[in-house]
Design a protein around this ligand. Structure first.
Ligand code: BEZ
Length: 389
């Protein structure tokens, strides 16, 4: 059974379950104004993206702790479920949050394939989903829904932001390589469009089995044989650690500059890569190194709470809590349609990444930065080079 059939079957059975619950779907999780509101947090606690899920949980919890456990004046009961490695686990976990736990809204989702698998369920059950990472382009594009909102990014936009900069820097053809699933293909697709429009030439393109590849040596050999003068990539989590370390061990780091979307060198991934990542350039909408009072305050609070620096994943989930805080204040009943209407009126979010707002498709309209991994005070950081246009 392919991804699509599994998802359709799961969505159908959950909607039947929801139907058995009678009228509760439209009201539960919120109830009368003033009472407790249940929010579902769906993040990977297992699989290659488990550390990203942990960061998101920390980011959301930090916002709650900073606001006395309340959003919009309502006490929040957070119910967490494991997204796991993809839609086979993530879709039923989300459905349980809505139909069984009666969450008024669900926040989270790391993997694009999970987000695509969840879209119809949230659309049909009229319950808000706040995607706080997964970048699947269609979620805020061809398959946008009144009930799906995103506090993170669209895959194609993060890749597109870097295209012109690499076309300008590269001394010849660029090799494109990424994890073989929606996020990898879209981050390459977005990059390719702006890169070629700016005069860049592609030297080769390869997609590696997602969640299964540990040895990148055959791919690195192909890159060298292609004569490429630079490489652009998307990997995140454990795959990003392996790819960057092996890129260095294979000897490519000294000769062929490595570019990617910022997930390649973010957070715990960068710690694990260490000096092997120095010089890697990426595009992203956040860095711990952003020199603003709002970010400094956030980094200090996050370090104090969790004894480590924050990541883009933590920021996206922290901002999802900020969005719900504003929306619940406007929709005290926390009911699906009233909450969705309130989401449309939250206005600008004062985020550690800089101020951003939802666009007409419910995607985050924000700045992207060119970052470079540099050594600093005995560690490695994503230094901010400039804003990308
Ligand atoms: C995604 O699947 O959309 C994704 C996963 C990890 C980092 C960035 C994007």
């Amino acid at each position: 059974m392919g991804y699509r059939s599994i998802i359709t079957a799961l969505s159908a059975s959950a909607l039947v379950l929801a139907g058995c619950g009678g009228s509760s779907l439209g009201q539960s999780g919120g109830g009368q104004s003033g009472g407790e509101v249940k929010i579902g947090l769906l993040v990977p606690l297992s699989g290659v993206y488990a550390p990203l899920g942990e960061d998101m949980r920390n980011g959301f919890k930090l916002y709650l702790d900073q606001h006395g456990g309340k959003l919009g004046g309502r006490t929040i009961k957070l119910v967490t479920a494991d997204e796991g490695a993809g839609p086979q686990t993530g879709v039923p976990a989300a459905q349980k949050l809505v139909t069984q736990d009666q969450a008024a809204a669900v926040v989270g989702v790391v993997n694009s394939a999970t987000a695509l698998g969840l879209r119809d369920f949230f659309h049909e059950s009229k319950r808000p989903l706040l995607v706080a990472n997964a970048g699947a382009d269609d979620i805020t594009g061809a398959r946008k829904s009144d009930y799906v909102w995103r506090t993170s990014f669209a895959n194609g936009k993060v890749g597109a932001a870097l295209g012109p900069a690499v076309a300008e820097d590269a001394k010849g053809g660029v090799y494109l390589i990424a994890a073989d699933y929606a996020a990898g293909r879209e981050m390459v697709g977005g990059f390719r469009k702006t890169f070629e429009a700016a005069g860049g030439k592609v030297a080769g393109e390869k997609y590696t089995p997602f969640g299964k590849t540990q040895d990148y040596q055959p791919y690195l050999s192909a890159i060298r044989a292609s004569g490429a003068k630079a490489v652009y990539t998307f990997y995140a989590g454990a795959e990003a650690v392996s790819f960057v370390k092996q890129y260095k061990q294979f000897g490519l780091a000294g000769e062929t500059p490595l570019y990617g979307t910022g997930f390649l060198t973010e957070g715990g991934v960068l710690d694990a890569q260490g000096e092997a990542a120095v010089g890697v350039k990426t595009s992203l909408h956040y860095s711990t190194e952003l020199d603003t009072p709002r970010n400094k305050e956030f980094v200090a609070a996050y370090r104090k709470a969790f004894n480590e620096p924050p990541t883009v994943y933590a920021v996206q989930a922290h901002d999802a809590a900020a969005v719900l805080d504003k929306a619940l204040a406007k929709a005290p009943g926390a009911e699906g349609d009233a909450l969705v209407k309130a989401l449309g009126g939250v206005g600008p979010i004062d985020s550690p990444r800089g101020q951003w707002s939802f666009d007409a498709d419910h995607d985050a309209q924000q700045k992207y930065y060119l970052r470079e991994v540099r050594s600093k005070d005995g560690t490695v950081v994503n230094a901010v080079i400039r804003e990308l246009k």
